[in-house]
Design a protein. Structure first.
Length: 86
């Protein structure tokens, strides 16, 4: 049996429904600080230093994040192994 449910709501409504915190102000502050930091970077070396400061786990963290995103995309697209747990 397969049941499909379509919910038409805004991201804000979905956030509230799921009980997630409102991080809009924190995101705004983060983006403002990132924009200020990047505007002062005039070379590739400065940008690399900034990226290392922003991503404490460095390349390992980025690979982990990429793997999570690829797994989620595969699952959402139906290409993940359905019997992986068996």
């Amino acid at each position: 049996m397969q049941i499909n449910v379509t919910i038409d709501c805004t991201p804000e409504e979905a956030r509230r429904f799921m009980g997630l915190p409102d991080v809009e102000q924190a995101n705004r502050i983060y983006m403002d600080n990132l924009t200020k930091a990047m505007s002062g970077a005039t070379s590739v070396e400065q940008l690399q230093g900034l990226a290392q400061q922003l991503a404490p786990m460095g390349q390992m963290g980025l690979k982990l994040f990429q793997g999570l995103m690829e797994s989620g995309a595969a699952f959402a697209g139906g290409t993940a192994k359905k019997d992986a747990g068996k």
